[in-house]
Structures are given as structure tokens and as C-alpha cells.
Write a protein that binds this ligand. Structure first.
Ligand code: NI
Length: 184
């Protein structure tokens, strides 16, 4: 099932998501999240973006030809917890399925250490660097109620304000189905 993607301005994107009870069968939900992400050509999707305030996100960088390091980076992260972030901060222009047609440079640290479960409740404690870390940091922010535009300067934010308002109203062009909080 393909979910509509929740747009900027919806309160669910601002909540800290809650842990999922261990052992819960997530097979269908995770399959649906991969399908939804794929349909929208995304490389990451967090549960709040389909209206569910739970600690779960999926990533799939396998379709990015110019990022060979991501060629097998397709995973689900259940109840993830970032325990460390280190290394130099580096800039990258990020986008977000919940904030269509806006891309801005964000600084993030090179490496993350993250504890998580996979879809079968196997536990992992791993480090990721570079683009993998970048994607994880962005998706992890979603389950903490944070968005990439939060990192922008006050000036940049002011410049984006009307675009963001339009997105909240559903007044934006996308090739995927959206759920906009202020749509009349
Ligand atoms: Ni996002």
C-alpha cells in the first residue's frame, strides 16, 4: 500500500516518535514504507512522514548511480538510537519528501554510531560514514521531530517562508500523493 506523504506543517513531523514494542510484526508496514518511498523516488522515509509517530525509518540508496558506496544500502531501522556522532562537519544539499522542491545545504558530522533493530528484531550496533551517515542523520531527525530546514540561518528561513506555507497548503507540484495539513 502506498501512503500519501505528510507535508511540512503537520504536527506529526514535530513530535518525538515513540519506541515500537519489541516483537511487533512490522513486515507489512516496512514493505509499505519501501513501496511509498520508491514511488516518490526517495532515498529515505521515516514513519512520521506517513503519519505514524513511531521510531522507524527506511533507507534505499541503491538506485543512486553516482554514489557507488550506497549500492547495497537498503535497510530498515527500528527503534534506532544514535549514540555518537563525530568527524568533520561537511556540507550537502539536502531535500525531503515532506518539503518538496526545496534543497538547501546542511552541515553534518562525518560518522554516526547507531544502535537499532532490523525488521526481524535482530539487534545491531554499527557505524556509518559519508552519505550513509548523512541519510541516517536526516531520517533520524524525523523521528526526533526535526527537519533539515531547522538548520538554516534565520535569513534563509525567512526567504523560504512563503514556499513552506504553500507546501503546508498542498500548493506544490509533486509526482506522489501528499497529505497537506492546511489543505482546504
Ligand atoms: Ni526528510
Amino acid at each position: 500500500m502506498i501512503y500519501p506523504i505528510v507535508m511540512y506543517g503537520d504536527a506529526v513531523l514535530r513530535k518525538r516518535a515513540t519506541d515500537i514494542e519489541k516483537g511487533t510484526d512490522l513486515t507489512q508496514l516496512i514493505a509499505d514504507m519501501f513501496e511509498t518511498m520508491d514511488e516518490a523516488n526517495g532515498i529515505g522515509l521515516a514513519a512520521p512522514q506517513i503519519g505514524k509517530s513511531i521510531r522507524l525509518f527506511v533507507v534505499d540508496g541503491t538506485g543512486l548511480q553516482d554514489e557507488p558506496t550506497l549500492k547495497d544500502f537498503k535497510k530498515a531501522f527500528v527503534n534506532p538510537q544514535i549514540t555518537d556522532e563525530y568527524g568533520n562537519e561537511w556540507p550537502f544539499e539536502e531535500g525531503c519528501l515532506s518539503i518538496p522542491n526545496i534543497r538547501e545545504e546542511v552541515l553534518r558530522k562525518e560518522t554516526v554510531r547507531i544502535k537499532y533493530f532490523d525488521e526481524n528484531w535482530n539487534a545491531f550496533d554499527e557505524e556509518f560514514s559519508g552519505m550513509k551517515a548523512r541519510i541516517i542523520q536526516h531520517e533520524y531527525d524525523h523521528i526526533e521531530g526535526k527537519l533539515f530546514v531547522d538548520y538554516l540561518s534565520p535569513l534563509k528561513k525567512r526567504m523560504l517562508k512563503s514556499k513552506l506555507t504553500n507546501i503546508s497548503k498542498g500548493d506544490v507540484d509533486t509526482e506522489y500523493r501528499i497529505a497537506a495539513p492546511l489543505k482546504k
